[in-house]
Structures are given as C-alpha cells and as structure tokens.
Design a protein around this ligand. Sequence first.
Ligand code: PEP
Ligand code: MG
Length: 908
Amino acid sequence: MSTTWVYRFDQIDEAQEFVGGDWDRVRGLLGGKGANLGEMTRLGIPVPPGFTVTAAACNAYGTGNGTLSAGVWDQVIDAMRVTEAQTGRTFGDPSNPLLVAVRSGAKFSMPGMMDTVLDIGLNDEVVEGMIRATGNERFVLDSYRRLIQMFGSVVMGVADEHFERVLTAARERAGVSEDSAMSVADLTGVIDAFKSVVLRRAAAPFPTDPLEQLKASIRAVFESWEGQRAQDYRRAANIADDLGTAVNIVAMVFGNFGDDSATGVAMSRNATTGAPGIEGDFLVNAQGEDVVAGIRQTRPIEELADVMPEMSEQFTQIAQRLEGHYRDMQDMEFTVERGNLWVLQTRDGKRTAQAAVRIAVDLVAEGVIDREEAVSRITPEHLESLLHPQFRASAKADATKIASGLNVSPGAAVGQIAFDPDLAVRWSEEGRSVVLVRPETRPDDVHGMLASVGILTSSGGRTSHAALVARQFGRPAIVGASELKINLSSRIVSVNDDQFVEGDWLSLDGTTGEVFAGRVETSDPDLDDPWLAQLLGWADEIRTLGVRANADEGGDAQRARQLGAEGIGLCRTEHMFFGVDRLPVVQRMITAPTEPERNAAVAELLPFQRHDFIELFRAMDGQPVVIRLLDPPLHEFLPSRDELQSQIMDLQLRLRSAPDLATMNELLAQLDSATTLLGQVDSRRESNPMLGLRGVRLGMLYPEITRIQARAIFEAAAEVAAEGIDARPEVMVPLVCEAAELAAQRAVIEAEANAVMAERDIEVPVVIGTMIEIPRAALVAEEIAAHADFFSFGTNDLTQTTFGMSRDDAETSFLSNYLDRGILEANPFATLDAKGVGKLIDTALSSARTLSPDLIAGVCGEHGGDPASIALCHSYGLTYVSCSPFRVPVARLAAAHAALNARDSVTR
Ligand code: PEP
Ligand code: MG
C-alpha cells in the first residue's frame, strides 16, 4: 500500500487508527496543531475545513535532499478538491475563490519559530473577482498585500524590513497611524511597491499560479524546521531534531473583513497567575498575526462581550469545553468572519510556574484531574523559577519608577540595557547581567532573550511572542510598556524627559509590570503561595523518600523547616569554627604543643559549639539533627604559607630600620611567633590533604576534639530539653573506611554522652552513625553497620574517591572536555553516577541491611537536591536525601515524581 502523507481534518479517525490509537503518536504524525484541528473537527467545534501534510513527509523531504516524496503532491491536490467541495469555493477561481493558510505545526508547540503563509491563492485576477463578489475592495487588497509580504519574506527570502519600509512610508503619506485606515488607493500603491520589492530583492516575480504558491509554501515550512531559529529553540526547549514538522493547509477565514469581523488569541485561564477566567487579546478588523506580533495595540478579551456579545458567549463556551476535553488550560486562536466564529487552533497553554501550580491545584478541586496527576504536571524547573528573587519592599518604595507595562512573567530582574539580542549574548558571556529592551521581540531574538535576566518591550500583549517565550523559560518580563520610546538606531530609550543608553541599569518587576531606573535590591522569594503549599503537601503524601536539609546554623535550619525539611541531614560543624571570634581559638587548639594546652583551647570552644547546637535544636524541635564531627584537614584553619612568608619578610625589613630598641623588641617578638607558626604550618603540610589527616582520622589522633564536640551536643540537648524542646541529635563520624575507626569513636562519644547525662540527670537518645564516602567503606559496609545506628552517603567525596577525580579541580580542568566529547554523559559531581558510585551505594546498603534491616540511610552530598539523582536514591531504597534549604521544595517534588514513576513502571 502506498504511504498516506495527507489527512484531512475530518479524517482524524483514520490517522488515529493508522498509529494504533495512541494520541501521542497522532501528535507525532500530524503535529500538535494538526492533531488538535482534527480533534476539534471530531468534537463538532467550528474549524475551517482543511488537511494536514504529515511530519513524516517533512522528514522524507529532509532526507530526500529537499524534494517532495512521490505521492505527496497528488494527495495534496486530492485533499484540496475535497476542501473546495466543503467550502463551496474553488482554489484559483476568480468568481468564487478559495484561499488557504499554510501553517507549520510540530509535535511540540514552538511559538512563532516556524513559518506561516496566509491568503494563498490570490493573484491579480482572483483579486478582481473577489472584489466583485465581496464588494469589499479594501479588505481584498489588504489580504493581497499581506500575501505578497508573507510569501516574499517566508518563501522567497526577502527581508521583512523592505516591506515594512514601504508600509511605513505609505502610512506617513496617507497621514494614518494604522494599516486598517489606509485607503484603496494607498493599498494599490503598496501592492505595486511590494511586487517591485520582490522582483528586485529575490530576482524573480511574485508567482501568480495559486498551485505554485501552495507548493512553494509547503516546502518553505518543511525547510523552516531546519532554520537557525527553530534549531535554537529546539535546543533550549529540549525538543528532538528528528521529529519534523507537519504542515496544515486551512481554508482562510477573515477577521479583516470589516467591523463585524475580528481575530484574537486567548487562554482559558490567566497564564501569569493561573486565576480562573479567560485571558487574552483581540482586534476588530484584523488578521491573527496583528495580535501576536504586537504591532497594533490589542484590546483585552473581556471587551469582546461589548463589541460582539454573541461571539463572546460562544467562544467562552468553546473554551470551557476544550479545557474540559484536554483536561488542561488551553491557548486558542479564533477568528470572527462576518458574525461567524471559527477556532483556528488550540493547544495546552504555556504558563508561568506560578500559574502552572495554581492551575494544577484548581483542576483537582474542579474534579478534572487527580492529585497525582497535578503533582506530576509540575516540573522541578517550575519550582526553580518560583524560587526567583523579588524586590525588597523598602528598596522598591525608594526606587524611581519610570514606566509600567503588562506583567507577563514574574520575578525581579536587574540588568544592563542591551538593545539587540547578539549584544545581550556577548555581554552575558562576559558575566554581565542583561535586560533585553526591544519594541517587540521576534523568533530570531530568542538567543538574546535566553541570555538576558529580564525582557522589556514597548508594545505587544500578554500573548505576544516576548510574553510566551519569557514565561516558558522563566525570565521575568514586561511587555507593552508604551511610555517607552525606543530608538534602535541611536540606541536610546526615552521615557518622558529621561533618557537611558545601552549599558544603563534597569530593574524590572515582572510580577507587577513596573520598570525602575537603576539597580533595585532584591530579596529571597516569598514561598507562602497557598497553591504551592497544597501541591507540595500532595507530593509529601506520595513520596516515600524523606527530605532533610544541609544546614549549619539556626537561621538556615528555620528556613529549611519552613520549606518542608524533615530534619537536618548534615550540619558541617567546621563551618562554626570560622567565625572571627572562634578562629584564633581553633588555631590555638591546632598549634598547641602539649595536650593540656590543647585541652584548654578545646574547652574554650565548648560554649560556642553548645550555643550553635541549641539554635539548631530549637529550630528543629522534634526532628532529627545530624551533626557531623570535625572533617577538614586542620591546616585549612591556619593562615596560608605564602601569606606567612611575606609577613616574615616584611617584619625582617622593618627590623633593619627599626628606630629604637622597644620597636626592635616588638618586631622580634612578632617575627618569632610568625616563624613558629610557619614551622607549624609546614609540619602540617600534606601533598594530598583530601586524602590525608582529615575526617575520622582527626578524632582518632586527637580524641579530645571528638569528646568536646560530643559534650557540646549533649549539653545543648539537655539545655533545650529544659525549655520543653525535643532535641534529637544524631552524631555522625566522617570519612570512615574501617569498622574499627567507628567502634573507637563510638566509645568516645558514648562515654561523653553518658557523662553529660549523669551530670544533668537527663536522658537523651544516643544515636551514632557514619558517613560512607570512601569506596572501601561501601565495600565493608556490613562490618561498619555493626557499629552504626545510621549511614549517610557523602556522595561528594564518594564521587571524588570512586572516580579518582579531585572535586576541587576536575570541573575547571578536564571534565568539561570529557563532557563535550561525550566520554562522560553527565557531570558526576552534579548528577549521581549510577554505574559506579550508585552501584557502590546500592551494594553497601543491601549488605548493611542484611545485618540491620531497618538501617536509616541518607544521601547528604550535592546530589541530594538533583532530581535525576533523587530518582536513583528512591530506587536504592534510601531513607532520605538531604540538600540545601532552597532545594528542599524541589527535592520533595522530585521524590514524589520518583515514587509515581516507579509505580507506573511496575504497572506497565
Ligand atoms: C560529601 O562528601 O558528600 C559530604 C556531604 O561532605 P563534604 O562535602 O563536607 O565533604
Ligand atoms: Mg565529605
């Protein structure tokens, strides 16, 4: 049987049967737009007749070096004949012409990335016939000039600016500001000028044969799949290159027929906040691209009810029906032609992260989807953009507001003005923060938009290109800030009496639509969004993996708890040693020549440590707090060798010119202590400190450090218990590689804990565990487990030691080369390496659990906040992951996704 390359919209049943019924595969074959046009036709929603050339034909076109496969064109002609019969019009017939739109449509929507040509089928004769038939000369001529402009630029490659120049001149000559106000004579002049532009710039005339126009347009859409801007978009949105695009040929309906006609774009809910109610823009007497391109100032969709009440009512009903059918917020294009409503497109609407969360939660309340589906619809990226900073209220109150526009993508952005996308990319590569400022954006600006922290346009509506792209990629954006006068040639933006040049700073509040001069201070995001709390609550019900936070002080711990952490998975006590009041004591402890001197210094540290632990226990009342004993090599607390040497040289120089004996004595004393310190630094120098005297080895050589830390922990627990706080310390020994190490440290900790409990006459559960962060520890996990109440996999060190790659150097040295060449698929310090490190975790856990089946085991390396690694942690049966406080919501969601995916794969 020969291949079917073309399906009419009313043949959606056949297309679905061909792919075996699966809707996702229908979308693959017909593209998202084509599949939905077919589906709407099946539902009885008014869709203009037409047909889809499959994405398979596009792929065959690409592999066939730019030729249409055998059968494609014949099937197009056959489908055209049926479309003619359905519309009662004939393609190319001047007395009753059918005009068509050719629209691209890939499986995943790529707004404005590929090409569309409208009004195909017009030529001089057809134009005359249509004028006779419609009696509306202005409308027909306006359609004709649009065809020549679109066909000229999209199919024949003439830069659009040549056409825009003609239009601007014609408007000026006619003294009008909008195209719709141009007279018949003005338009006739424009058409002639457009034809000359095509002839001159493309070295070929505009083709008069409608079939030739159609064929060339289909080819142009196929070719646009390989265009630069489509490729850039695919890379940014992670869309596969081999999907191809389908082409939809749709009978034209006209929103530019007169004042009883209109065109619009609308979402079934608010795409910025997710609030219920249709949101969108429309224009009377215009074609679709006028709305999307942001060239004319659009009207809000609510006003459609004033202008065309019946159409507004009908559209609202269709929007609700489509939303119910697709079980998601829809983004629709419609046209009203002389009192008849047509839906030209529907698709799942792009939305901000905030809207995504609210819509998912509301759809559950409305009974459309269940909680699990709501959770699975929110991605970790959504949460990341919800964690965007906002402006500090006080800073904003003092800032100079210069303009306002539509708040289409939330968050605060502070950057330097760049007027073109290439400059935005260059500056951002130099590490500068850029705000892209344009009259409007176009698909070929996307690279610059992605390189910018914020986007500001002076025209366009909520559904403009700038708004869609900004929302999708989580860039704060304001569009339609019409007070701005942007002069791209002099590279100045003026607002009232102020002028800003390229490189000046602006601050955008994408949440409110306000534009401020200069740099406004930002603050952490507000996470009290009730819909987010609800959704994360559902994620908590679904997930089985616990989520704790890595936090070293009370403030961090409080924030972590607010964000949903169920305890602290790692408190790195060394971070408490670096404070200005503590470091000298720590240095004294390290450099003490005798044990009593060391004990004295250690004892001085006790109150500091106890205070820190008290704060943590208060914040985490009733939840576990894993406190790790001192881990880094001690020399990290001493001054650098180079600094000491130059200090010594400086002292020696000053000594030579010392003016008196007293100064000389003072300098000699300083020199003496600096030289002693240098000796101590030298004596502690290790060629490979990461593999040297650190972790448990410190506690083995200096048990007084372990003792004092244990005392601080249990004294703190006793102290807060008196306040009624339920402190649950878990003492963790780092870098163990041999069971005997843990046994020895355990004895020290237990003895000190018991001593404190006896002194204070109080019982605190003594929980002692270890980190598994060296391959040998993983391999002898069963022996280690005999002395451990819990394990925590330190995947930072475990990755470093398993790969034999320095965690401090690899990423800036050879690792990017490995990643570029595909030697490694992912950075193992960011995403857990399942084959090696993951296998060690899995093996260690299984063998340890043969001895202690209920052993609690977590991951506390950076991987604990990475969604792909979290899925692996779930699969190994770990008890929890621990990550930085701000990643906690992401980890809660990712853990729920892991549970859902695991359940799905079992069902499958
Ligand atoms: C680890 O090694 O994974 C870990 C959490 O400890 P640190 O990063 O402090 O070495
Ligand atoms: Mg470590």
